[in-house]
Design a protein around this ligand. Sequence first.
Ligand SMILES: NC(=O)c1ccc[n+]([C@@H]2O[C@H](COP(=O)([O-])OP(=O)(O)OC[C@H]3O[C@@H](n4cnc5c(N)ncnc54)[C@H](O)[C@@H]3O)[C@@H](O)[C@H]2O)c1
Length: 336
Amino acid sequence: MVTIGIVGAGLRGRLFAEALKEQPDVTVVGFAEPSAKVAEDARAATGLPVTGSHPELLEAFDPDAVIVATPDFAHRQIAVDVAESGKHLLIEKPVATTLDDAHAIAAAVHHAGVRCLVGFENRWNPHVVQAKTAMASLGRPITASATLSNSFFVPTTMLSWAAQSSPAWFLMPHTLDLVLWLTGRKPVSVSAVGSRGVLARRGIDTWDVVHALVAFDDGSTATLSSAWTLPDAGDGIVDFRFQVIGTEGSVTADLSHQGLTVVSDKYRSAWPVSGRIGRSQVGPAVWMVQNFAAGLVDGGDLGPDIDHGVLVTQIICAIEDSISTGQTVQLTTPTD
Ligand SMILES: NC(=O)c1ccc[n+]([C@@H]2O[C@H](COP(=O)([O-])OP(=O)(O)OC[C@H]3O[C@@H](n4cnc5c(N)ncnc54)[C@H](O)[C@@H]3O)[C@@H](O)[C@H]2O)c1
């Protein structure tokens, strides 16, 4: 039996608890959550105990593994303490929002020798998995593009901490991971531009839109775009599209329109692969956390590791640098 504690009882923490409810040989022992209101809701919804902090969670339940599902900027202390106490980790993306934090987490994970999955859930997204299989028939990747944007709802209503994140930190970990995984290329430089002002006027002082151009060591390229300013009256809260063009063909996905349209007070596309189907909870994040738990039980592969998570944080730091300096930023690796 593997026991798992969850730090952060918000949207993701609760989803993970639900996803693991019927997981064989796995028990979720409880949450750590500092907000009294969120803690009370989580207790009522799941029946699980909730402690006020991650040290209390570790002390009370001594779990085998911990899921870090706190806001983007609040992963470091928790992940380092958890790793140092010898527990395995699932850390939500982005690993951290500074390179210093990301390196500190990676150092703790490596030093303790614990297992660590970073929550790049698209590795369990059926469209992305099929695209990965299709890459074998596309020849050499020439260029890739990916758009992942949200409607205003996400920064203004869903996330209480949006001003401390951005479309780059919240969304681009997914598209960067996607492009790196599909193409298998090594990124060498980043140029980026962004615009701000619209969200700032609504009291959320962060980027409205970020565009990034990534160059790879073989001369291939990728463009990434993320906005937090789609109209709320539009298709839905997520717009997600990607394409890879290779020397022998291309693969293209539009996950914003998955063939299910709902019209009531407004038009919207719905995500058929989410929620419950029969007895099963479904969706990429569900399959990701179930794979994590199963891998802890049987020793199988967990998925993208801490070093990949650090690379993604490094690229997003470079995107921020490029926006502020107007210069192309070279990416260095310890082996360069
Ligand atoms: N919401 C999504 O669709 C989504 C998707 C993929 C990944 N993520 C990532 O998951 C993480 C969590 O996002 P969320 O949407 O669940 O946020 P959320 O705001 O719904 O939940 C985060 C919870 O963490 C709690 N928290 C803050 N500091 C804490 C601490 N030190 N110890 C314990 N709890 C603490 C907050 O009180 C809050 O209840 C983020 O890194 C986010 O980028 C979110």
